[in-house]
Design a protein around this ligand. Structure first.
Ligand code: PLP
Length: 171
C-alpha cells in the first residue's frame, strides 16, 4: 500500500541510511562541511541560482526567506492556503514581526494578480509596507500553470515587491 498523507511518512532506504552514516562532515560555520557544500552547490545549479543555503526544515527555509526579504512592520502577500501562512505557527509574525496579508487561492491554487494588486498598500504610515509576494508550487497537490508563473516577475517588478516561492514540493 502507498501512503500519500505526506512526504514525511516516507522512510529512508537501507542505501540512504548507509550513505548518511558514511557521509563526510565538518564544521558548517567555517564552511568546512563538504557534504553540505556539495548539496548547496548542487541545489543552486539545479535551480539556476547564484547560491543555496541548506535548511533543516521547510518551515525554517520559509521563515529565513521572509525575514531576508522583509523588515519589521513589512507584510507579505500570500494565499489563505499557503503553508507559510496556515501551517507554520504564524512564525513570520511571531519571530520576524512581518505581517501576512492572505488572499483567497483560486481553484487552480494560483493567486489572482488583480486581487493581489488590490491589497498592495499605499505609502502611508498607518499601513504595513507591502514588500513581498509569496507563492507556493505545488500547492494542494496542484502545479501552477507555466504561463501564470511567467507573469509573476514582471508583476512584482511593476509593483515594487520581492518574490518568494515555497518550493518544498517542487521536485
Ligand atoms: C509547501 C510546504 N512548505 C513547507 C513545508 C514545511 O516543511 P517542514 O515540515 O520540513 O517544516 C511543507 C511540509 O509539508 C510544505 O508542504
Amino acid at each position: 500500500m502507498s501512503d500519500f498523507r505526506s512526504d514525511t511518512v516516507t522512510q529512508p532506504s537501507q542505501a540512504m541510511r548507509q550513505l548518511m552514516s558514511t557521509a563526510l562532515v565538518g564544521d558548517d560555520v567555517y564552511g568546512d562541511d563538504p557534504t553540505v557544500n556539495r548539496l548547496q552547490s548542487y541545489a543552486a545549479e539545479r535551480m539556476g541560482k547564484q547560491a543555496a543555503l541548506f535548511c533543516s526544515s521547510g518551515t525554517q527555509a520559509n521563515l529565513l526567506a521572509i525575514m531576508a526579504h522583509c523588515q519589521r512592520g513589512d507584510e507579505y502577500i500570500c494565499g489563505q492556503n499557503a503553508h507559510n501562512y496556515k501551517y507554520e505557527g504564524g512564525g513570520a509574525a511571531v519571530l520576524g514581526s512581518v505581517q501576512p496579508q492572505p488572499i483567497e487561492n483560486e481553484i487552480d491554487g494560483s493567486l489572482n494578480l488583480d486581487k493581489v494588486k488590490a491589497v498592495i498598500k499605499s505609502d502611508d504610515f498607518h499601513f504595513a509596507k507591502s514588500r513581498l509576494l509569496s507563492l507556493e508550487n505545488t500547492i494542494g497537490g496542484k502545479v501552477l500553470p507555466m504561463d501564470y508563473l511567467a507573469t509573476l516577475r514582471p508583476f512584482v517588478e511593476q509593483n515594487n515587491l520581492a518574490l518568494h516561492l515555497d518550493g518544498a514540493r517542487i521536485f
